[in-house]
Design a protein around this ligand. Structure first.
Ligand SMILES: [Zn+2]
Length: 432
C-alpha cells in the first residue's frame, strides 16, 4: 500500500482540459483522487508540496534508441530509461534498428521482458516493417502487434520501394497501428553528411537536400490517403515538409497524418556543424534559420502535433571521428523538456498546457497507449506523473547525467523549466 499525495500544484491534464490548482492522490499504482482538497490521508502517505509546480501526466517519448540488443556500449534499456526518468519521461517507445533488428514477435517480446526486468520507466517497442530493415520482405505485422509492437517503422532507413511501402501501409491499417517513416531518399543522399547549402560547400561536405525528405513525404501522403492508413513523419527537418503536412491535415487527414519535431531541429542550424563538428551531425541534418522558424511555427499552429527526442546515444570515441565518418544523432531525453520550453514557451509560441499535450496525450494516441490510460491524469488511471518546476533555471551539464553516452551539442545552454520528479506507476523513479 504505497500512497503519495501531491498538494496544491497546477494540475494540467490536456486530455480532459483540466488546468487548475488541485491535490492529487496516488495509491497502489493508480490515480485515486484529483480534487481541491484531498482529506483522510493515511499516516504512511508521502506528502509533496507542489505549490509553484506543474503536475502533469507522465511524459511520453515516441522515438528513442535504447541500443539494446547489440550496441550496449552506447546505451542499454536500463541506462536509457534512467535518462528518460531524469528528463521527466514515464514512457518511451524504442526504435527497431537494434542488432538484430526488432523484426519478429520474439524480439518484441524480448524487449518487453528486458524492460520489465531492467527498465526505470515503461518501454514499448516499435516493430520493423521489413526483415532486417532491408526494405523488401515484410515482417509478420499481426504477430508483432499481438506481441506488443505499438507502431511500425524501419527508422534509420526509409521504406523506399513504392510497392513495399503500399503493402506496409495496408498491413498497418489491418493491425490498426501507425506507420512511422524515416523520410530520406537514399538515392538523393549518397555520401551526404549535412544540409546541402553554403555551409556544406564551405566545409567540403556532401550536401543532403531538403527534397530528399520532402519527396518521400509527398509520396507517402498520397499512398496513405489512397489506402486509408495512419502515417507519421519522424523528426522532420525542413520547412517544405511542414508545408506538405499542413496541407494534408487541412484536407481532412488530420486524424491519420501526423508529424513530430525533435529538440535540435527547433534550435540549431547547419552552422552548428561548423562550430561543433560531429556533435551537430544529425539525421535528418540541421538546416537553416528559416527551417527552424518553420518547424517552430508548425508546432505553434498544430501542424506538428507531437514532440519526440530521437534520443540517439553514441560514445565519445565514435563522435570523435572526423565529421564525415562520425555517426549521426545526439542524446535527447534529459534535455528535451527544457529545450522545448526554450524554443516554444519562452518565445511565446505556445503555453505549458499545449507543450504538455504534445508530450503526453498526443504521442499516447499515436501509439495506441491511450487505451492503457497513459498520457492523461484521470481518477482510476495509471499513476504516471511528472512534476515540473517551470521557473527552475538549469545550465545543461552533460557531465552530470544518467545514460551511457553524453553526445549533445547543448552543453552549457541556459534553460528555464525542467522536470524535478518522475513517478511511474505510483513509485518515484527519480527526483532532483
Ligand atoms: Zn530516423
Amino acid at each position: 500500500m504505497s500512497e503519495i499525495v501531491i498538494r496544491g500544484g497546477r494540475v494540467i491534464d490536456p486530455a480532459s482540459g483540466l488546468d487548475a490548482t488541485r491535490d492529487v492522490r496516488l495509491r497502489d499504482g493508480v490515480v485515486a483522487e484529483i480534487r481541491e482538497n484531498v482529506a483522510n490521508v493515511g499516516a504512511d502517505a508521502e506528502q509533496i508540496d507542489a505549490e509553484g509546480l506543474i503536475v502533469a501526466p507522465g511524459l511520453i517519448d515516441p522515438h528513442v534508441h535504447l541500443r539494446e540488443p547489440g550496441q550496449e556500449h552506447k546505451e542499454t534499456i536500463a541506462t536509457g530509461t534512467m535518462a528518460a526518468v531524469e528528463g521527466g519521461f514515464t514512457t518511451v517507445c524504442c526504435m527497431p534498428n537494434t542488432s538484430p533488428a526488432l523484426d519478429s514477435a520474439e524480439r518484441i517480446a524480448w524487449i518487453n521482458q528486458r524492460a520489465e526486468e531492467t527498465g526505470a520507466c515503461r518501454v514499448f517497442a516499435v516493430g520493423a516493417c521489413t526483415i532486417e530493415r532491408q526494405g523488401d520482405e515484410l515482417t509478420d505485422f499481426e504477430a508483432m502487434a499481438r506481441a506488443g509492437a505499438v507502431a511500425f517503422s524501419d527508422d534509420g532507413d526509409v521504406v523506399e520501394d513504392d510497392a513495399v511501402m503500399a503493402d506496409v501501409l495496408k498491413r498497418c491499417r489491418e493491425v490498426e497501428r501507425v506507420m512511422m517513416q524515416h523520410c530520406q531518399d537514399p538515392k538523393q543522399t549518397v555520401g551526404a553528411t549535412m544540409n546541402d547549402g553554403e555551409v556544406s560547400e564551405r566545409m567540403g561536405e556532401v550536401g543532403w537536400p531538403r527534397v530528399a525528405e520532402e519527396s518521400i513525404i509527398e509520396r507517402d501522403v498520397a499512398l496513405a490517403r489512397e489506402i486509408g492508413a495512419r502515417y507519421h513523419v519522424q523528426h522532420l527537418s525542413s520547412g517544405g515538409s511542414v508545408e506538405i503536412i499542413r496541407k494534408a491535415r487541412s484536407e481532412g487527414l488530420a486524424d491519420t497524418i501526423s508529424a513530430e519535431a525533435s529538440p535540435h531541429h527547433l534550435h540549431l542550424t547547419d552552422e552548428a556543424c561548423e562550430e561543433l563538428g560531429s556533435a551537430a551531425k544529425m539525421n535528418p541534418p540541421l538546416r537553416t534559420a528559416a527551417d527552424v522558424e518553420a518547424v517552430r511555427l508548425g508546432v505553434a499552429d498544430g501542424t506538428i502535433s507531437i514532440l519526440a527526442t530521437d534520443h540517439a546515444p553514441h560514445t565519445a570515441d565514435e563522435k570523435a571521428l572526423p565529421f564525415a565518418e562520425a555517426p549521426f544523432g545526439i542524446i535527447g531525453l534529459q534535455t528535451a523538456l527544457p529545450l522545448y520550453a526554450l524554443a516554444l514557451i519562452e518565445t511565446g509560441l505556445i503555453g505549458w498546457p499545449r507543450l504538455i499535450e504534445l508530450m503526453t496525450v498526443n504521442p499516447a494516441r499515436l501509439c495506441g497507449l491511450d487505451s492503457l490510460g497513459l498520457g492523461r491524469l484521470t481518477e482510476g488511471g495509471p499513476a504516471d506523473v511528472t512534476l515540473i518546476d517551470p521557473s527552475l533555471d538549469w545550465i545543461i551539464d552533460l557531465g552530470d547525467m544518467a545514460g551511457k553516452s553524453h553526445n549533445s551539442p547543448f552543453d552549457g545552454w541556459e534553460t528555464t523549466g525542467r522536470a524535478i520528479r518522475t513517478i511511474v506507476g505510483g513509485e518515484t523513479r527519480w527526483s532532483l
